[in-house]
Write a protein that binds this ligand. Structure first.
Ligand code: 7XF
Length: 403
């Protein structure tokens, strides 16, 4: 407990929670503990630490003082009892699933998931006697109908990567609770500034911290939060014994640096993304724009209810389909062609051939991932420069179409 832990403002918690400088010789920033192992005062104490009779650090795959601070901080930002760090978003996701499931269980997942999460469920878990059922979770009646006696876990992203569909966290959580199912939300796109799924009834929240939480495109990491009991199980089973996907303390330090500006960055990302999506919507080469902040988004009302801002991610399609889309991407100058998201730099990519290429073309069609979709992560550059770059690239496309 630090002197700042009773302060409730989001930015204050993101900067201070879980750390008291006076306990560390006055160091303003938490020290970086790189030690892989921890000494025991006696042989007896070593045994007690391993059995769980006594709490404390003994090996950095399981816990570490630098990771402790980050884990407490993300738990406080998400309004959860406990947090856990992992080597990557996929490390967090796999550690959770390996802990909670056994052969014969069923996972109910939304039909649109990040490509590697989909691949893990569809090609990975299913090899071990676990049934994976995909359903359109924007349709709550369909979710209810899909729940079976074997359903152990409900899993979804909101907004979904890459097509920006929005799931009703409160409604899905209620259904899950009434059927004794653990519901898990991937909150990577929204971050805890925008949506806090635990308060809406979710059991576990997962992040690819590689994205907005780190915020600077210089690390790969995962974080998750939930009840103290669940997090303890995931730490001691999935993370410790099954994936071993622990986070490096150095990465934790970089994430804590990123978290200090999370609120400021998300406000700017959201403000710019709304401006950019309005610009795209008005352009005659653009066919459709998917951004929850636009009234034209099919779930704009739901988004307004459960998101305090609309975030920095946009998906859109151009008249002329993907070949036009690729020519458009190649015509960009400032906006970088790259996967990942949530960085200071605006990034553009083509989900069907990149982040979501684990889906076959038939699966993409069934799962609502159009081949002509382009995904833009709106960065922190001056918004007029982002728009000028998009405008000049769209003008080049239009000239070609006219010629
Ligand atoms: O293991 P990672 O830190 O890359 O996180 C996996 C992950 C989990 N959930 C969501 C919603 C994600 O977007 C990701 C990673 N997505 C990147 C992207 O969509 O660009 C990965 C680049 S291939």
């Amino acid at each position: 407990m630090s002197a700042h832990d009773n302060q409730t403002g989001f930015a204050t918690k993101a900067i201070h929670f879980g750390y008291d400088a006076q306990q560390e010789g006055g160091a303003l920033n938490p020290p970086l503990h790189l030690s892989s192992t921890y000494t025991f005062a006696s042989a007896e104490e070593g045994g007690q630490l391993f059995s769980g009779e006594k709490s404390g650090h003994f090996y950095s795959r399981i816990s570490n003082p630098t990771l402790d601070i980050l884990e407490q901080r993300i738990a406080s930002l998400e309004g959860a009892e406990a947090g856990l760090s992992a080597a990557s978003g996929m490390g967090a996701i796999t550690s959770v699933f390996w802990t909670l499931l056994e052969a014969g269980d069923e996972v109910l997942a939304d039909k649109t998931l990040y490509g590697c999460t989909y691949a893990f469920l569809q090609h990975g878990l299913s090899k071990f006697g676990i049934q994976i059922t995909f359903v359109d979770m924007t349709d709550i009646t369909a979710v209810k109908a899909a729940i079976s006696k074997r359903t152990k876990v409900i899993y979804y992203e909101t907004p979904a990567n890459p097509n920006m569909r929005i799931m009703d966290i409160r409604a899905i959580s209620q259904l899950a609770k009434s059927a004794n199912i653990i519901s898990i939300v991937d909150n990577t796109y929204s971050t805890p500034l925008i949506t806090q799924p635990i308060a809406l009834g979710a059991d576990i929240v997962i992040h690819s911290a590689t994205k907005y939480l780190g915020g600077h495109g210089d690390l790969v990491a995962g974080l998750l939060v939930g009840s103290a009991d669940l997090i303890h199980r995931i730490r001691m089973e999935g993370l410790k014994d099954m994936t071993g996907a622990c986070m490096s303390p150095f990465t934790a330090m970089l994430i804590m640096r990123g978290l200090k500006t999370l609120e400021l960055r998300m406000q700017r990302h959201s403000e710019s993304a709304l401006t950019v999506s309005e610009f795209l919507l008005a352009h005659d080469v653009v066919e459709t724009v998917y951004y929850p902040g636009l009234v034209s988004h099919p779930q704009h009302t739901l988004a307004s209810k459960q998101m305090s801002l609309y975030g920095g991610m946009i998906a859109f399609e151009l008249h002329g389909g993907i070949n036009t889309g690729k020519a458009f991407m190649d015509a960009l100058g400032l906006i970088q062609r790259a996967v990942s998201l949530g960085d200071a730099e605006s990034l553009i990519q083509h989900p069907a051939s990149m982040t979501h290429s684990a889906y076959t073309p038939e699966q993409r069609h069934k799962h609502g991932i159009s081949d002509s979709l382009i995904r833009l992560s709106v960065g922190l550059e001056s918004v007029e420069d982002i728009i000028n770059d998009l405008a000049q690239a769209l003008a080049q496309i239009k000239n070609k179409q006219v010629a």
